[in-house]
Design a protein around this ligand. Structure first.
Ligand code: ADP
Ligand code: 5GP
Length: 186
C-alpha cells in the first residue's frame, strides 16, 4: 500500500473539517496534519486540534528555519503545514492535509508522486452560504472575505485530481474514502 499525501481543499464552510473529522474517526491508519496559524482561535477551537495558534513573530522565525512544507497568507493571517510531522508520518502512513488550493498545488509541485488533490464543492452556492451562516463562527467582515474567495477556489477544480460534492455528508465521506483506497492500492 502506498503512503500518500491527501490534500482536502474547498471554500470556507463547504464541510472540509466535518468530512476530515469523520474520516479520521473511521480510518485510524491515517494521520492528520495540524497546521500552524496566526489567526485567533474561534470559539470551541482547541490548540493542537484545529490548529497550533502561534504569533506572527514565531511564524516568521519558523519560515526562516524552513519549518513549513508550504505556507500562505489568507485574510491577513499566515497558515502553514509543519514539515517534520508530514515527512515523519509519510514513512509509516498516509497523511491528510486540510489546506487551501494554493497550498495544495504547492504540495503537488513539491511531492508530485505523493500528492493527491481532492476538492470539496457545495451542491449549490446557497448551501455554502447557509453552512457558513449556520456555523456562526465568522463576523460579517470575515464571512464576506471568505465568500469573495469562493469563485477563485472553485476555479481551480480542473487542476485537482478529484472533485467531490458535499451534498449529504454520508455520500461525500464514502466518495473520499473510495478515492483514498483506490490511490493507496494503485
Ligand atoms: P469548512 O471546514 O470547509 O470551513 P465545516 O466543516 O466547518 O466547513 O462546515 C461548515 C458547516 O456546514 C458546519 O456547521 C457543518 O456542520 C455543516 N456541514 C458540513 N457538511 C454538511 C452537509 N453535508 N450537509 C449540511 N451541513 C453540513
Ligand atoms: P480558516 O481561517 O477558515 O480556518 O482557514 C482559512 C483558509 O486557510 C482555508 O482555506 C484553509 O484551508 C486554509 N489553510 C489552513 N491551513 C493551511 C495551511 O497549512 N496552508 C495553507 N496553504 N492553507 C491553509
Amino acid at each position: 500500500m502506498r503512503n500518500l499525501l491527501f490534500v482536502i481543499s474547498g471554500p470556507s464552510g463547504v464541510g472540509k473539517g466535518t468530512i476530515v473529522d469523520a474520516l479520521m474517526e473511521c480510518d485510524k491508519t491515517l494521520a492528520k496534519s495540524v497546521s500552524c496559524t496566526t489567526r485567533a482561535p474561534r470559539r470551541g477551537e482547541k490548540e493542537g486540534d484545529s490548529y497550533y495558534f502561534i504569533t506572527e513573530r514565531e511564524f516568521r522565525s519558523r519560515i526562516e528555519e524552513n519549518d513549513f512544507l508550504e505556507y500562505d497568507e489568507h485574510f491577513g493571517n499566515f497558515y502553514g503545514t509543519p514539515r517534520s510531522f508530514v515527512e515523519r508520518q509519510l514513512k509509516e502512513r498516509s497523511v491528510i492535509l486540510e489546506i487551501d488550493v494554493v497550498g495544495g498545488l504547492n504540495c503537488k509541485r513539491l511531492m508530485p508522486d505523493k500528492s493527491v488533490l481532492i476538492m470539496i464543492v457545495p451542491p449549490t452556492p446557497e448551501a455554502l452560504v447557509a453552512r457558513l451562516d449556520g456555523r456562526g463562527s465568522e463576523t460579517e467582515e470575515a464571512k464576506k472575505s471568505r465568500l469573495q474567495r469562493v469563485r477563485y477556489e472553485l476555479g481551480q477544480c480542473d487542476l485537482y485530481d478529484y472533485v467531490v460534492v458535499n451534498d449529504t455528508l454520508e455520500e461525500a465521506l464514502r466518495k473520499v474514502r473510495e478515492i483514498i483506497a483506490t490511490e493507496q492500492n494503485k
